[in-house]
Structure formats: structure tokens, C-alpha cells
Design a binder for this molecule. Structure first.
Ligand code: FAD
Length: 449
């Protein structure tokens, strides 16, 4: 076929968030780019209920979008979230700002609208071609031929590719081809918790039923509910709950059990969820996985980006942000090495692997801490102290959350710096406690003894 004769310079598999942004960067460099996506065009077809309806977009992700000039189309799709609004069991609200200044906010954005905006932008490039309903089912690394299945007719054709970008998500078919090569490292680890999406519809007047500019959290030790605002006045809630156990997805099987569970643990929000039981029973329960693999590239001919290279659990809200950062760094590497893909892919992998490994750790640590810690007074006090120190010392003391969400400091560096700051703060607090104790003893010591 024609495609076999003139291979595009880059073939991208997966027109999700990472794949479409990467294709845009590659097209901007003047490459001929072909993008294959297994699903129909989401701008004209409805998408199946699936992974997270809305996402938290922060500095790294925004930066990668802005660098392509996409700010004017993305900003109107976002809702600023200035901090966490913690809902206690008694319905008390506690506000925890995310940033040190009002400008330091994260943004809620619909996955669907963001992906559509990227696809719209992609349609403007004459050197970028998108094929929907085209699933990549195999890649032959020696001949560099891709097997593309037309999902309507189930027919498979061979297309030749010069360079392949695997952006086909956590269960990437492109990565599977790499996994069959010698000494390939691969590990996947699932959490014992799953997640389910629920909804708080807009009030009859179209307003939000909870305060709009916050990420709402109901931390309940072993499980947690969160809610992110949507532009249409609704909130998308996500319940994170164990698969097995006394209170788990396995035990919430009938309407009664579901209602009892929500009335008991989330009494302030349940009345705002008229379709709770129906949503609970019909929406899929999603699993959460960490995927680590290495190498991310093969002979300068194949490279992995986004979840295909590094799926992380969603508790830092950074999976997409890191995937967008991949696209930015890959673009930089290709330019630095004048399009020499062998050198560029090695450079990219060298820069990114260590950082996304650090992100995987950060996200897992947050999984352990977020359900319980954000509600603890000790955590709150320490957090306030960190922010106060940061205001005092400026960029010499940056809270971890600030480094991850509001700067582009590489994840590994942010994690190491935060560990140093923690040790320093622990030592300072211990010294302070000792001084207070000594002062107290001095004061209590009977005079004249
Ligand atoms: P995907 O989004 O999975 O896209 C892959 C694309 O490839 C899809 O379009 C798919 O249809 C297509 N595809 C798959 N297989 C094939 C094939 N064989 N051939 C052709 N096409 C194929 N990140 C954040 O930054 N902030 C958040 O707040 C956040 N919240 C999250 C909440 C949850 C519950 C979850 C699960 C994740 C969250 N994430 C968040 C992470 C984020 O969703 C992912 O990191 C991001 O979607 C990765 O983008 P991607 O393009 O690499 O993969």
C-alpha cells in the first residue's frame, strides 16, 4: 500500500492526552505525523464511561500546553481550585490552601474537553493525520511494521513506520513489543483499593451545590471521597475504597448497603447525590496500578511516553501533568539532537525515568497518607509551619506540594529536597520542644531548694 512505501517520520499510537500533545509537538517541528486511536473520534461520538471525568491540571501540564500556544483554548475550560476543603464526619469544613499565594492554584478540567481541544488543534496541521477506530495490535521491531486493526471491520492491515511513539496508555501494545526484547524490565503493582465515579448535579439554577473553587475531600481513614468541580455546575466525585473487607466494594452490593454506607460516612453530601445508587451500580469500579518499565526506547526507533511508560496511582494528581511534561522534554531532546532519534530518545529517557520513578513513590506515599493525614491536627499544624517558613525564607524552603504542583523542579529533586527539609524541621521542632521542657522545669523548680 501507499503507506508501506512512504512511512511518515513519526507514527504515534494512542490519541489520548499524551499522544495528541506529542503529535502536536512533532508536527510543529515539521515532521510528517500519523496518529492512530482505537476509539472513534470523541468530538463526534460519545465516549464510554471510564477513567476520571475530570482531572487536576497543574504547573507542569499547563506549561507544556502553553509552550505550544494552547493557553487561549485551555484556560476557558478550567476551574481554579484554591485548596482542599475538608469535610469532617460532623459536616465541619476546614480549608487548606494549596499554594502560598492566591496565584498558586490547580485547575479542574474535563478529560473529554481537554482531549477534544487537543484533537481540534491537531486538525489544523496539514502534516498531521489522525486515524480513529484504528487499534494497534502489534509491532514488529525488526521490520518496523505496525499491525493496525480497523475496529469496525476487524480487519488488520500492516503499515510501515520509521519511528513509533507509544502513547497508548497503561496497557500499551507498543510497550508489549518492547517487553519481548532481551533483558526488559517490567513491573506492575495494583492497589488493594479501587475507585468509582459518582456525581453531584448542578442546582436547578445551574450553580454548584458545594463551594466551587475547591477540591472537596471527605477523608475517612480507610477510604475517601473527593469531588472536583465541572463547568456545567456539577461535581464529579470519586470514591476510593478497598476491593475486599468489611466496608468495601465487595460488601456494597445492594441498594440498602450502599445507602447505609453513604448516610453513615458522608451524611453532608449524600442528599446532594440524587442518582447515587444508580451511579454506584452502573459505573465501573476502576483499578489503580503503578507501572515501571525500562528501557523506554528501542534503537532510536520506538519511544514510550505517558502512562505507557509510567502509570502512577492518582493520589498526587500528576499522571497527566507528568505525561505532558514528557512531551515537552521529548520535543526539547529532538531539537537538541537535531532530529537524531537515537541520541534524543536516550537523552529523554535519561531525564525522565528517574523523575517519574520519584513521582510513582510520591503518589504511593500520598495514597497511604491522604485518607488519614489531611484530617489530623498535627498534619495541619506542620503544614502551616512549612508555609510560614516558606514565606519567611522564600525559595530556600519550598513545601513538597508547592514544588510538585507549582514549579517544574524535577520530581526526584523535589522529593530529595523535601526529605532534607523534613529532617531539618524535625530537628528544629525537637530542639524547640527540648527548650520548652527545660524552661518549664526551670520555672517549676521550687525556689530556694
Ligand atoms: P491514556 O489517557 O490512557 O490514553 C491512551 C490513549 O490510547 C487512549 O485514547 C486509548 O483509547 C488509546 N489506545 C489504547 N490502546 C491503544 C491501541 N492498542 N491502539 C491505539 N490506541 C490505543 N492525572 C493528573 O495529572 N491529574 C489528575 O487529577 C488525575 N486524576 C486521575 C484520576 C484517576 C481516577 C485516574 C485513573 C488517573 C488520573 N490521572 C490524573 C492520570 C491520568 O489520567 C493519566 O496519567 C493520563 O490519562 C495519561 O495519558 P496517556 O495519554 O498516557 O494515556
Amino acid at each position: 500500500s501507499d503507506e508501506l512505501m512512504v512511512a511518515p517520520s513519526f507514527t504515534v499510537c494512542g490519541a489520548g492526552l499524551a499522544g495528541t500533545l506529542a503529535a502536536l509537538y512533532l508536527a510543529r517541528q515539521g515532521n510528517r505525523v500519523t496518529l492512530y486511536e482505537r476509539l472513534p473520534d470523541m468530538r463526534t461520538h460519545s465516549v464510554p464511561r471510564g477513567r476520571s471525568i475530570n482531572l487536576a491540571l497543574s504547573r507542569r501540564g499547563l506549561h507544556a500546553l502553553e509552550a505550544l500556544g494552547l493557553a487561549p483554548v485551555i484556560h476557558p475550560l478550567t476551574i481554579p481550585m484554591r485548596g482542599r476543603m475538608i469535610h469532617s464526619l460532623q459536616g465541619e469544613l476546614t480549608f487548606q490552601p494549596y499554594g502560598r499565594t492566591p496565584e498558586e492554584t490547580i485547575f479542574s478540567i474535563s478529560r473529554h474537553q481537554l482531549n477534544c481541544a487537543l484533537l481540534d488543534a491537531a486538525a489544523h496541521w496539514p502534516n498531521l493525520e489522525i486515524h480513529f477506530q484504528s487499534r494497534c495490535v502489534g509491532l514488529n521491531l525488526s521490520s518496523m511494521t505496525l499491525e493496525i486493526e480497523d475496529t469496525r471491520t476487524r480487519t488488520v492491515r500492516q503499515v510501515s513506520a520509521r519511528t513509533v511513539v507509544g502513547a497508548d496508555g497503561a496497557f500499551s501494545a507498543i510497550r508489549q513489543a518492547l517487553q519481548r526484547t532481551d533483558r526488559y524490565d517490567y513491573a506492575q503493582t495494583f492497589l488493594p483499593h479501587g475507585y468509582k465515579e459518582l456525581t453531584i448535579p448542578a442546582l436547578p439554577g445551574g450553580q454548584h451545590a458545594l463551594e466551587k473553587n475547591y477540591l472537596h475531600i471527605w477523608p475517612r481513614q480507610d477510604f475517601m471521597l473527593i469531588a472536583l468541580p465541572n463547568l456545567d455546575g456539577s461535581f464529579t466525585c470519586t470514591l476510593f475504597l478497598a476491593y475486599e473487607g468489611a466496608e468495601s466494594f465487595a460488601s456494597l452490593t445492594d441498594e440498602d448497603a450502599i445507602r447505609r454506607f453513604f448516610d453513615r460516612h458522608f451524611p453532608d453530601v449524600t442528599p446532594l447525590m440524587p442518582t447515587l445508587v444508580e451511579d454506584f451500580q452502573h459505573n465501573p469500579t476502576g483499578s489503580m496500578v503503578t507501572i515501571r518499565c525500562f528501557p523506554w526506547q528501542y534503537a532510536g526507533r520506538v519511544v514510550l511516553i505517558g502512562d505507557a511508560a509510567h502509570a502512577v496511582v492518582p493520589f498526587y494528581g500528576q499522571g497527566m501533568n507528568a505525561s505532558f511534561e514528557d512531551c515537552f522534554v521529548l520535543d526539547e531532546c529532538l531539537r537538541r539532537h537535531n532530529g537524531d532519534t537515537s541520541a534524543a530518545f536516550l537523552d529523554y529517557q535519561q531525564q525522565r525515568k528517574v523523575n517519574t520513578d520519584a513521582l510513582a513513590e510520591l503518589a504511593y506515599e500520598n495514597y497511604l497518607e491522604m485518607r488519614a493525614k489531611v484530617a489530623s491536627p498535627w498534619f495541619l499544624m506542620r503544614r502551616r509551619l512549612e508555609y510560614a517558613l516558606s514565606n519567611l525564607l522564600g525559595d530556600r524552603f519550598l513545601p513538597l506540594y508547592t514544588m510538585v504542583s507549582f514549579t517544574r523542579i524535577p520530581y526526584a529533586e523535589a522529593r530529595a529536597r523535601a526529605a532534607r527539609q523534613d529532617r531539618w524541621l524535625d530537628a528544629a521542632l525537637a530542639t524547640l520542644a527540648l527548650l520548652v521542657l527545660l524552661a518549664l522545669l526551670w520555672w517549676l523548680w521550687p525556689a530556694g531548694r
